[in-house]
Design a protein. Structure first.
Ligand code: SF4
Length: 373
């Protein structure tokens, strides 16, 4: 007789869960541009973008990115700076670098063909278990479970299992997720595994919300052992930090240029990206900012003040002289070039707020705390 792990759903509950989930998904799935395609490259790009990033932010970048790099070959051949510029505003730039690196690997080592199984996809550089499972199931129909934060939350709540970050806790979630994925049926048109995985993520993103799950609308409510009463661990504490930046501008003929600073190549966050030059807080004491904005990166809320200064004939102004960066890290760029420069999300946000948005591209938070699909 089959041994069942304590707390796991029974085979009868598994089939009821699948059926109810799929009926709901067929009727309620959001229309998103990366759905309804089995092009593995498009699925790959969307899955990498969606990690730790809200759907709204991805929607602003997904089509533009694919227009610029429509195939794995065009992505592989592009210079890294161009890829980072197209990623600008999505945050977690390491994702873009790794996607680019893996695209080069596919082209150089695999003749441009993206592997079709999760196990083979794992051989690509920098591609994780989650992304492999998503591409293999959504684009190729492999019966393999995708487990992200949304899926994990749904499964813990349905089974009534407490949050547990140990290896045993993660193993339970993976086991339950795998038991729920429908097997691949030969000669079947529809992609049962891919649809199931997308439906699980959709349930977590739209109904089984971290705070205040909408249990009354939930298709698997009858099977759920906690129905909104699951105890979830408190989130990491948010901290606040004031920061100041310089918006220095100058006229070169008819072009307005802005001074940008390149972050160090060894910086832990956003290495090599361009931003407005940071200013020491004591250099701006008593001055009025031209703009204040709040910006969140992981668990830190930055209270950002931007101070403006025009470059005068006689040389750099007081604030520009207070910029601690080495001269070689600073560069004047015409505003028209902003779309092709890998700017940080904050720099893009500031330019947009100051009505330079026609050249700054979409404004999105640098990093989101949780994935919202
Ligand atoms: S009933 Fe509520 S807690 Fe349970 S899975 Fe549905 S939305 Fe989540």
């Amino acid at each position: 007789m089959e041994q069942r792990v304590e707390g796991a759903l029974s085979p009868a509950q598994v089939s009821a869960f699948r059926r109810k989930l799929m009926q709901w998904y067929a009727a309620h799935a959001r229309e998103l541009p990366w759905r309804g395609t089995n092009d593995p490259y498009r699925t790959w790009v969307s899955e990498v973008m969606l990690q730790q990033t809200r759907v709204a932010a991805v929607l602003e970048h997904y089509e533009l990115f694919l227009e610029r790099f429509p195939t794995v070959l065009t992505l592989a051949l592009a210079p890294e700076q161009e890829v980072l510029a197209a990623w600008s505003g999505l945050g977690y730039y390491r994702r873009a670098r790794m996607l680019h690196k893996a695209a080069k690997f596919v082209v150089q080592e695999l003749g441009g063909k993206i592997p079709e199984t999760a196990a083979l996809l794992r051989t690509l550089p920098g591609i994780g278990e989650y992304t492999c499972a998503a591409i293999a199931s959504i684009a190729f129909g492999e019966s393999v479970a995708v487990v992200d934060g949304n899926v994990e939350r749904v499964l813990l709540r349905v089974t009534g299992r407490p949050e547990d970050v140990t290896a045993a806790g993660r193993a339970f979630v993976r086991m339950q997720a795998a038991a729920l994925v429908p097997p691949r049926k030969v000669d079947e048109e529809e992609n049962a595994a891919g649809d199931h995985n997308q439906a699980m993520m959709e349930l977590g993103a739209t109904l089984c919300l971290p705070k205040g799950p909408l249990c009354l609308h939930c298709p698997v409510r009858e099977l759920c052992r906690t129905k909104g009463e699951h105890v979830t661990a408190p989130r990491g504490r948010q901290t606040s930090r004031p920061v100041a930046f310089l918006l220095a501008t100058r006229k070169q003929g008819t072009t307005t240029e802005v001074l940008l600073e390149r972050r160090a190549a060894e910086a832990s966050l956003m290495p090599g990206m361009w931003e407005l030059p940071p200013l020491p807080l004591d250099a701006v004491e008593g001055r009025e900012p031209i703009l204040t904005v709040r910006h969140s990166i992981t668990n830190t809320n930055y209270y950002v003040s931007v101070y403006g200064e025009s470059f005068a004939e006689e040389g750099p102004g007081v604030l520009q002289q207070a910029v601690p960066a080495a001269e070689h890290a600073l560069h004047w760029y015409g505003l028209g070039r902003m779309p092709e420069i890998p700017l940080t999300g904050l720099a893009r946000k500031v330019l947009k707020r100051l009505n330079l948005n026609q050249v700054a591209g979409p404004e999105t938070p640098e990093v989101e705390l949780a994935r919202r699909r």
